[in-house]
Write a protein that binds this ligand. Structure first.
Ligand code: SF4
Length: 78
């Protein structure tokens, strides 16, 4: 079974963009907010955190860099 990065505690997001920048470096080898596989957008008083479903990210580095514990690595059901 594959493991994959998932958003499991979105309401804790503070919009710091650390996950956006690190995933851009890990996947694209480039520091870019616009071309990152993770997107963080302000929605009302919180944030919407989206992972590009076409990109497989399996990295504890993303889990560990998030200061508020938004991500976890889980089994990929697909
Ligand atoms: S690192 Fe965590 S708190 Fe920061 S933007 Fe990403 S999900 Fe939100």
């Amino acid at each position: 079974m594959n493991k994959i990065l998932k958003v499991t505690n979105e309401k804790a997001c503070i919009g710091c963009d650390l996950c956006v920048l690190l995933s851009s470096i890990l996947v694209n080898n480039k520091l870019s907010i616009n071309k990152s596989p993770i997107d963080v957008k302000r929605v009302g008083k919180g944030y919407k955190v989206s992972i590009d479903p076409g990109v497989h990210i399996n990295s504890d580095k993303i889990v560990n860099i998030c200061p508020t514990g938004v991500f976890s690595i889980e089994q990929d059901d697909k």
